[in-house]
Ligand binder design. Structure first.
Ligand code: SF4
Ligand code: SF4
Length: 94
């Protein structure tokens, strides 16, 4: 998705292509089409499209994707404003 962007150059997303088994789950759940599948391995195709919702990391069966949802997830940031900085990263609604 090229029309809705977060901030360029700040996404914390990482992908371990060695660990990836090519299931395609990250492609299915990512709302911004950040990943593509190349030769049965996921690849980050649009890093700056990532808004750090955490859906890919949460759904990867082999833990090949890591992302810090506390950096870019607006829901989590707002919850931390309202309820305190100790809200865990997985308490957002993403
Ligand atoms: S964190 Fe969300 S937006 Fe970023 S790559 Fe994963 S699913 Fe896509
Ligand atoms: S969800 Fe994980 S294992 Fe599946 S394609 Fe994406 S990175 Fe690879």
């Amino acid at each position: 998705m090229k029309d809705i962007r977060y901030i360029d150059g700040v996404s914390s997303i990482t992908l371990n292509e060695e660990t990836c088994i090519g299931c395609g789950m990250c492609l299915q759940v990512c709302p911004h089409a950040v990943f593509i599948l190349v030769a049965k391995k996921a690849r980050i195709d649009d890093r700056d499209g990532c808004m750090e919702c955490g859906a890919c990391a949460m759904n990867c069966p082999v833990d090949a994707v890591r992302v810090n949802p506390g950096v870019g997830c607006a829901s989590l940031i707002i919850k931390r404003w309202l309820k305190g900085k100790n809200m865990p990263a997985d308490s957002c609604c993403c």
